[in-house]
Design a protein around this ligand. Structure first.
Ligand code: TXA
Ligand code: MG
Length: 326
């Protein structure tokens, strides 16, 4: 069921559903979320059931503001506060120690909780309205079936879950890849998932270097190697290798799609080509949409030209390499 995100009555309706413990998908600036009230373990269980998400994989709790975050956090370490001050509302999730008496199911029983204040006006309006109805925060993973490509439009959400699910339509997600996640619960900040914010920007705001995730870091399915997978087999190749592969392939396109910055001279007739934007923000914005579109066109292979080097491409590179690993 599509609800118009520009219509105050529709937002009110969505907030009422959330308050009643129902699921509602809603837009954020990163990707669409599949939301339930974070303080109800029963409501949150519906998310795991609908997504087919294994239990034990915690959800991010979305909040309207800093004060709401403090209803879930046992402590806000200074580094988390600096990050929140710098980037909220926005595409950054902090992981902090959780208050033991709230959001047990959303946190998948862990002693920590992921918190994010999204910058999308429709998400914000929903959080405020739901807050007025007594909801302290909305737990929401990306609105896709477990392991699949995240949804960046209301239509993608309907493709994933059917028309019965209420979806607040707020247009195409501006950023297009999920938030950066920084674990602030261990004494030194750890980047669990890159996003559109560069490591440099996060480190500048944190005032200290970010450690890379290692085996000791908490489990995060968005950080599983195989994730964000289209139906087609996806490979990421350096430019020269892509050219060679296309020449070897010759004129038989094998239901092939090529996603590259230039149109390679060797693209076989009949192969589908999509041009990768030159700017990382633009590439992130369209990435999941392109993968879904190519699946719809029924291609079997997607050959992607490796993005250029440079930290501003980290988020896109990360999602592509996970899609390729599936
Ligand atoms: O941009 C985003 O972050 C989107 C929008 C909807 O806000 N949400 C999103 O949620 O990407 P999801 O569930 O698809 O990915 C959240 C990631 C998962 O990898 C999860 O394991 C990790 O965050 N995570 C959440 N809480 C955590 C915790 N307490 N400790 C470790 N990882 C956590
Ligand atoms: Mg996800």
């Amino acid at each position: 069921m599509r609800l118009d995100g520009l219509d105050a009555a529709a937002i009110e309706q969505a907030a009422t559903l959330i308050a009643a413990g129902e699921l509602v998908a809603f837009p954020t600036e990163t990707v669409y979320g599949l939301g339930a009230r974070a303080d109800s373990d029963e409501a949150v269980a519906k998310i795991f059931a609908l997504k087919g998400r294994p239990t034990g994989h915690p959800l991010i709790v979305h909040v309207a503001d800093r004060a709401s975050a403090e209803r879930f956090a046992a402590v806000m370490p200074p580094v988390a506060t600096r990050l929140v001050d710098a980037f909220w509302p926005g595409p950054l999730t902090v992981i902090v120690a959780r208050r033991a008496d709230v959001a047990d199911a959303a946190a998948a029983g862990q002693g920590t909780i992921g918190l994010r204040c999204p910058a999308h006006p429709v998400a914000h309006a929903l959080l405020v309205k739901a807050g007025e109805a007594g909801v302290p925060g909305i737990a929401a993973p990306s609105a896709n079936r477990f392991g699949r490509v995240s949804a960046t439009t209301a239509a993608h959400v309907a493709d994933e879950f059917g028309d019965a699910l209420p979806v607040l339509d707020g247009g195409a997600a501006r950023i297009g890849i999920e938030s950066a996640i920084v674990d602030c619960s261990t004494g030194r900040p750890v980047l669990l998932r890159p996003g559109i914010l560069t490591t440099k920007r996060i480190e500048d705001a944190a005032g200290e270097p970010l450690a890379a995730a290692d085996e000791a870091s908490p489990r995060a399915p968005g950080t599983l190697v195989a994730h964000y997978a289209p139906q087609a087999r996806l490979r990421v190749m350096p430019t020269a290798m892509l050219q060679t592969a296309l020449h070897v392939l010759g004129t038989d396109p094998l239901k092939l799609a090529v996603y590259s910055r230039s149109i390679p001279s060797g693209v076989a007739t009949g192969a589908v080509h999509r041009r990768m934007p030159a700017r990382p923000e633009q590439a992130a914005h369209e990435l999941f949409s392109i993968l879904r579109e190519l699946d719809r066109e029924g291609v079997h292979l997607i050959w992607v030209e490796e993005p250029p080097p440079g930290p501003e491409w980290d988020g896109v590179r990360d999602r592509l390499s996970r899609a390729a690993a599936a």
